[in-house]
Design a protein around this ligand. Sequence first.
Ligand SMILES: Nc1ncnc2c1ncn2[C@@H]1O[C@H](COP(=O)(O)OP(=O)(O)OP(=O)(O)O)[C@@H](O)[C@H]1O
Length: 305
Amino acid sequence: MPSTTPLTIIVAINPRAAFGLGLEAAPPVVTALEEAGHDVTALSMPSYDELREAVAAELRMGADALVVVGGDGMVSLGVNLIADSSVRLGIIPSGTGNDVARALGLPLDNTEAAIRMLLAELDHEPRRIDAGRVTAADGTVRWFAGVLSAGFDAIVNERANHMAWPRGPRRYTLAMVWELLWFRPIRYRVTIDGDPVDTKGMLVSVSNGTSIGGGMLITPDAQFDDGLLDVFIVGSLPKLRFIRLFPLVFKGRHVGNPAVTIRRGRSIRLESDDVVAYADGERIGMLPVEVEVRPGALLVLAPIL
Ligand SMILES: Nc1ncnc2c1ncn2[C@@H]1O[C@H](COP(=O)(O)OP(=O)(O)OP(=O)(O)O)[C@@H](O)[C@H]1O
């Protein structure tokens, strides 16, 4: 059915998302948007960096919406290009974790349903949500919609990205087992709204969304539009107790556990030696980082929950 208002829409496709799912999901998205009467430019490139450049060039020519087809890494690509602008971000979740889409209430594992929701949302006012704005030590600025992590999970991510084998999600399992063997609690200084705390921890995340790793509900009460970030810290634990915490975190049942601290703030500084940060599954760089919430910096094509 034609849309009420024809729009200029860029569709950015990651052919490698979820190890090939992105490529399958893309054609029906493009067809559906064209059939709805929109002016669609579909972009897919051999690499992430080339795709980002191509999308940035297309955005400079003017667009109403950017639809990303992929996982959190593609959300990151989109968020970094459209934050603080009037361009709306649509997501067709087809990655491995899809944590931002999950928290936004978009249909997962069902491209047809995600397309139907996208078409409906294009006819509504977009949802305005907060974004995390990260400044690295060298002054580089990056944005995220979901979660920035700088603990065990970021180290696992880094390890998995350097592994050539296995190709599927088992790569993360293997990387996690390997890193668990060597992992030691990390010393951090976490400064929330100017209040510094020195701590030793296993996991440290700054959340706008609720989950990491495909649904691990680290900050189940985080809200996209409260103007605040949730700081999640798992303190120093023996490995067996750390492992036993995982199933609880998956269900969000760790809140109140003495090993877990969750605090809210507007501006968070994370400092440590030799620890990498990832945000929305993409590498940010080594700590220190400054994270600040930018209320309402993102317009997303998602229902208001
Ligand atoms: N041609 C390409 N275009 C875009 N990204 C690519 C491409 N080839 C490889 N990638 C990699 O894909 C990663 C992003 O993948 P994406 O997040 O879309 O899917 P995923 O990793 O399966 O899902 P999730 O992040 O939700 O777990 C980027 O880190 C990027 O380096």
